[in-house]
Design a binder for this molecule. Sequence first.
Ligand code: CA
Length: 443
Amino acid sequence: MIPLNETHNPQLRSWVESANTPGSDFPIQNLPFGVFRLQGNPHVFRVGVAIGGLMVDLTAAQAGGIFDAYGGLAQAGALACRAPTLNAFMALGAPAWSALRLALSRALREGAPQQAALQACLLPQTGAEFAVPAHIGDYTDFYTSVHHATNIGKLLRPDNPLLPNYKWIPIGYHGRSSSIGVSGQAVRRPVSQVMRPGATEPVLTPSTRLDYELEVGIFIGPGNVLGDPVPVTQAEQHVFGLCLFNDWSARDVQGWEYQPLGPFLSKNFASTASPWVVTMEALAPFRQPWTRSSGDPQPLPYLDSAELRQSGAISIELEVFIQSDAMRKQGLIEHQLSHSNFRDAYWSVSQMVAHHTVNGCNLQPGDLLGSGTQSGPTEAEAGSLMELSKGGKQPLPLPSGETRTFLEDGDTVIFRGACTAPGAARIGFGEVRGTLLPARPLP
Ligand code: CA
């Protein structure tokens, strides 16, 4: 685990005034990485670091000599950021990430001698266009919330909700990376085969049980060589950082297609990531012990370690909001549907990486792992509409007078995330939002 250092000091303030506003997601203790371009500007995407309502254009800052005084590693990091994606920077590993973070922290602090030069490299986040932060070669979706797995299992198999492998294996499947978009994505309601209740033959139809899944996205840093497993004790050295992730899901499609090989068209039409990746170093103050209750099987040795037990969990408060088309037209702000916390995940980030690679499977820089829907122990902490509406049986009231069981065309789904801990500065993830468009006409 990454030790706390001067970049985490809660007393630090930035000369970027908006970074010091209480409640800002991007104080100087955060410094998340993303990829942006200015709207209407045809030049290629660039790497940026969020600070308050602004962001540092790292290409301009590196060219301007901001990092010259900070040594080879920070320079190497900044040079790797002169690219339209974060992959090259992610591949460098924790020493370079940490050196660049320290350089940025020092250059953005109140009284920093670099203020005048760096000021010219700042851009407003408003009005910028973001991209998926990395080229995602492979995407794997896990299923790490035992509460979600149990809730969904109860709906599908009331007498046998949790399958026997769940408490032994971090369950996952290989997803589709080509359809992952960034916050602001407009998602087309998918069409596929559905077997309606009581029917004897399936029909091709737009999904009528379209759902979101509240997930945390995990970006891989340095990969591993094909054939070489990553031990759980080294797993986090292969993780760059985390984002918010909406894994849109068509429940009616899923229910018909998922056996025996798992989800396919119910999941691969779209997933949406937040633009900012919060680094593992920024998350260091929010680590918590990872625990497994004594009544449950303890993990096999390759999924267990003293460090995991001490600090394997990460406390991230997650929130889900919805704004329907009618709410927008009535001037109503988004309505909160639920909240949960990533610390309640049954499997940790390090266990996901260790299990994924134990057979020798190679991860590569920029690969994305989805945490699976993060539902907490209470009903109010459900991370999908499937759970909140009890499989579509309990409509949820919206402030517009409408109700929802599943998503309607025009609905915007918004996730937010933030970390708080005693003695630490609050940091946030920003948000991920996506809007559902009507289905295309049937072929
Ligand atoms: Ca999922």
